[in-house]
Design a protein around this ligand. Structure first.
Ligand SMILES: [Mg+2]
Length: 313
């Protein structure tokens, strides 16, 4: 643990002081120009950043401020899980409009809770005023056996963690002016970064991994293109939350579950579930061929269009 460096005077620094106080033991060495991290020999450093913007990634009416902070932080931490890294620290850059200032404590609580759940700390950040709430979370991790998208090999099985479709169900309900079912809402509002689960998979022969942020099929396509292989997915085997259809679950984004490949027979799903508390389901296979994804339902091919594209409109 690194002591904090005393901050200057004024309302901005008062707000940062309040956030750091709220984070308690979840903040580490705040206040100097940069955080200093100890790297271990033989480890790669993993770095990723992710921005959540009001009215793009969430609406104020849907979530509590705590949930907005949790979700933005977890979305970024999920990218560390995707490469099998252990988190070293998190930086949070917030743009806060005047109307959100009273919620800064609650937003900070959600950020702190997500950071603590991942076993890491806030090591820095930035705070500014602006027109729309925006939370940029930068995550830093370390790994001895990095998982990459390009590692899938012909003959591998394709697996997915958890149960899909919750965020899609929740979004559909909100957009239809209904309150989502509690379980689906929780999957949207309080997703989990599969940090420990990913490290177990990295230690047990996983060949490629990606976190499901664009949707199962779209993310499988990323692995297929990166690996230069065909991924065949069986919709009938996709594990769904209650009330979700497999087709909807296969295109539901922001799941933050893991899609992984591993040599046939290499992974014991029961041992994984006992170690991580998360389900692991075999949903397909990798083969040679023109890189892409083939989706089958009841033996018939189903065409599914690409995932979410922020620049498509
Ligand atoms: Mg990702």
């Amino acid at each position: 643990v690194t002591p904090h460096t005393p901050l200057g005077t004024g309302k901005e620094f008062d707000a940062i002081r309040a956030m750091v106080a709220r984070w308690g033991a979840s903040a580490d060495g705040i206040g100097d120009d940069a955080a200093l991290l100890d790297a271990q020999p033989g480890e790669s450093i993993a770095v990723s950043t992710d921005t959540s913007v009001e009215n793009v990634h969430f609406r104020r009416a849907w979530l509590t401020p705590e949930e907005i902070g949790w979700r933005a932080t977890t979305a970024a931490l999920s990218d560390l899980a995707a490469v099998g890294a252990r988190p070293l620290g998190v930086l949070t850059a917030l743009t806060v409009p005047p109307s959100w200032r009273p919620e800064l404590d609650a937003l900070s609580s959600g950020i702190g809770a997500a950071v603590a759940a991942a076993g890491t700390r806030v090591i820095g950040g930035d705070l500014t005023s602006g027109g729309e709430l925006s939370i940029t979370v930068t995550v830093i991790g370390a790994c001895t056996r990095p998982l990459v998208r390009a590692g899938a090999r012909a003959g591998d099985d394709v697996w997915v963690t958890g149960h899909l479709g919750g965020p899609g169900l929740a979004l559909h309900a909100w957009q239809s002016h209904r309150e989502p079912p509690a379980a689906a809402r929780a999957r949207f509002a309080r997703p989990e970064a599969r940090i420990a689960a990913a490290r177990w998979l990295a230690d047990h022969g996983c060949t490629a991994a990606i976190d499901v942020s664009d949707g199962l099929v779209a993310d499988a396509r990323h692995v297929a293109m990166a690996s230069g292989h065909v991924l065949t997915l069986h919709l009938d085997d996709v594990p769904c939350v209650d009330g979700a259809d497999a087709l909807a679950a296969a295109v539901s984004g922001e799941e933050y579950e893991l899609l992984v490949t591993a040599a046939a027979g290499a992974i014991d799903a029961g041992a994984f579930a006992r170690a991580s508390g998360v389900a692991l389901t075999k949903i397909g296979a990798v083969a040679s061929g023109t890189p892409g994804v083939v989706v089958l339902r009841g033996g018939n091919r189903v065409e599914i269009s690409a995932g979410h594209d922020h620049f498509s409109a």
